[in-house]
Design a protein around this ligand. Sequence first.
Ligand code: CA
Length: 464
Amino acid sequence: MKIFSILFALACLSLGAEQIQNKPNLIVIMADDLGYKDVGYNGCTDIPTPHIDALAKSGVQFSSGYSAYSVCGPSRAGFITGRYQQRFGSERNPQYRPEDPNMGVPKSEKTIAEVLKPLGYSSKIIGKWHLGAHKETHHPLNRGFDEFYGHLGGSHYYFQKEMKFKDSYKLTKDKEEIQQMRTWILDDHTPVQFEKHLTEEFTDQALDFIERHQEKPFFLFMSYNAPHTPLQPAKKDLERVSHIQDKQRQLYAGLVVGLDDGVGQIMKKLRDCQLEENTLVFFMSDNGGKEKWGADNGILRKDKGSSYEGGWRVPFLLKWKGVTSPSIYDQPVNSLDVLATIADLSGAALDPEKPLDGVNLIPYVTGAKQGSPHKAIFLRGGGSEGSYAVRMGDYKLITYNGGTCHQMFNLKDDISEEKNIIKSFPERFTEIDNVRAEWSKGLIEPVYLGLEHTQKFKENNKKK
Ligand code: CA
């Protein structure tokens, strides 16, 4: 009997270890509009980012890491479902419409939190949601998350004194887009007030969540709204970048150092809780930086909103202590791969009718698998008649004006996309464009209007 008990105990221990290994925790730290060159490890010299750099130095740096799109909403729709967002019509930046159940990622798609829930994961999103503001349909608690602390819209002020509207759902309809930036922060469904700078507040929430979930698998989507506008850094953070002469960049930099502090504190909490070897940490930006708001995408062409590299090639890191080695990985990857990675590792059940577009990156970064994870990586904006970009091997094809204009670049030789080589390589163009055409067969037209259709957007454009 005694021997049986010992054997049983050993079996339980072994099962426990296996379960833990098979269900690693996942933390995704997503910055908002962070430029490719606004982190030290990518060559930034004026903004100190020691904690992001430490993560980069000890993790995998994806030199060709792409967001799913070049602006927030569609990028996050792709990330959260692991599928190209154009497959289900989330192709535009959603408007803030708490009265509209169709303004957000359709319920027919599963979010990463919904995929992980049946496996016993506890999930929390902290920060920016921007995937629909309808309370019953799109609130994170109705999309698989157990906890939410943040704001439903796409941008937000950083100090409590700016929060003029307690109720996130009762805004003046024609001013919703402006007022949503000033709503009280929601703790699940409860409007709450906070004391610190919003970035610090979000970080505190993350530390608390990790502390409370050490025993069972968890998924934390750390969705900082920094360094997105409005550029309102904490005073102490602004002082740390007072050497920057350009006022706009100085304000932006203040938000970046606050974000960097958050990354450092989250990684320290993982170490303190001895969870590093059981937790995958991704760090990325949801799209490229906007240079007129102070960001710097370095040698990449253009910025947020563009199909050129500056729009969607972003700082992108992965660390899983004990599994990944410090390295630079050059093959193209994208944010859709996060869901596929954790789903594969944890054995999540997936809907065969809705195949993922991402792939598990772990075998590639460990060297167990060779070659490129993706035949190609795609971008489309503006519906079937809009613009496309395809990254395939060293080549990048851009198609716009309803398919009448094309540009092709060899990124290996020309990362800044300065030399259009399309006339020199007609066969390569045809090959990539055929891949693009095949991919686009699986897409639908946008299912909701975007920010570009709002009065505020039109007025802003008129001012320029
Ligand atoms: Ca963004």
